[in-house]
Design a protein around this ligand. Structure first.
Ligand SMILES: *Cc1c(COP(=O)(O)O)cnc(C)c1O
Length: 344
């Protein structure tokens, strides 16, 4: 297979949108077992009008990127953790687990089959992979589906920060994201469906993102709709919220390792109170798409908390974390064992 010829795409000006690619992976679960799976060309899914996913939102997903490293390899970043997290998500929604080794193999198959869409090194663009699974047989009485489909498609996406990372302004939301014993710690479409009204509201008010608090006490920081928080304290500690209802971000977990082992910083995963925000030096949002988006201002019902790092650039520690993790991902800095999964 030729893995070097590329599609004629203006990589630098790609946005974050769906671009249909050549192949996707599909496996079906029926009669208690997953079939052998295959790469197919058809991007459309035909299902019964009463499919479980359409009625009761029984669906979970993942997101990861394939990209070209400095030395020309096509790689993904810690796909084993996506496999593990999808398994956790599936269990919580009473769905069958897709074998974790098969998950990684399916990722490899999709990337190889769409190698022409993996952006070149230095373009800033990546190939975003979306693994997901859903209940597909008719379900009308509320219960788990009996048949499922697992899919992975991919779509090329442009550089997240065009012309530099501009710090975000976020609001403390009056909406809640996840109940204390709910589904906030799994990657399920249902968490996003209910966040749409909150994010549209925030955007209409001129904010970039929502900061959700813990619904029980409304005193502790949880996360945004799709990214974990990372803070730097004024004495240079890296702290992230600890809670059972936030999604365990692979980027955030990786950044904590980078902070400790590469930058020699003190790191802490603990409850972070809203009252502490005014004492923070830097704030960032962590997720696969951007790695870290800097936050410049947090607004709590008219009360503005301006991070000392300001509204023009990333804070210095955030920048070091960002540069080190992206350096590791792109092969410019030696990676911890097992982080870079070479596909071609
Ligand atoms: C996917 C996701 C994240 C980021 O996780 P990564 O593994 O770093 O991409 C954070 N919060 C929520 C709610 C998410 O769905």
């Amino acid at each position: 297979m030729d893995l070097t010829t590329k599609k004629d795409i203006d990589w630098a000006n790609l946005g974050f949108g769906y671009v249909q690619t050549d192949k996707r992976y599909v496996s079906n679960f029926k009669n208690g077992a997953w079939d052998e799976g295959a790469l197919i060309s058809d991007a459309n899914i035909v299902m019964n009008e009463c499919a479980g996913v359409l009625q009761y939102a029984q669906t979970v997903f993942e997101g990861l990127k394939a990209y070209t490293t400095q030395d020309g390899h096509i790689v993904t970043f810690r796909p084993d953790l996506n496999a593990e997290r999808l398994a956790q998500s599936a269990k919580r929604l009473e769905m069958p687990v897709f074998d974790e080794k098969r998950f990684v193999d399916a990722v490899e198959q999709v990337v190889r089959a769409n190698a022409a869409y993996v952006p070149p090194y230095g373009s800033g663009a990546t190939l975003y992979l979306r693994p997901y699974m859903f209940g597909i047989n008719p379900v009308i009485g509320v219960k788990p589906a009996e048949e499922y489909q697992f899919r992975i498609f991919c779509t090329p996406v442009g550089p997240y920060f065009k012309g530099g990372a501009k710090p975000l302004t976020i609001k403390i939301s009056d909406f809640d994201r996840a109940a204390p014993n709910g589904t906030g710690n799994i990657k399920a479409g249902l968490n996003y469906a209910m966040s749409l009204h909150a994010i549209v509201t925030a955007h209409n008010e001129g904010f970039d993102e929502n900061m959700y608090l813990d619904p029980k006490t409304r005193t502790k920081v949880e996360e945004t709709g799709g990214a974990n928080f990372l803070f730097v304290t004024k004495d240079g500690k890296v702290v992230t919220p600890k809670s059972n209802s936030i999604l365990p971000s692979i980027t955030r977990r990786s950044l904590l390792v980078v902070a400790k082992d590469y930058l020699g910083l003190e790191v802490e995963e603990r409850e972070i109170y809203k009252e502490e925000l005014a004492d923070m030096a830097e704030c960032g949002l962590c997720g696969t798409a951007a790695v870290i988006s800097p936050v410049g201002k947090i607004v709590d019902h008219g009360n503005e908390i301006c991070l000392p790092s300001g509204m023009t650039e990333m804070g210095p520690v955030t920048k070091k974390l960002y540069d080190t993790l992206t350096g590791i991902q792109m092969g410019r800095i030696e990676a911890p064992e097992g982080w870079i999964h070479v596909i071609a």
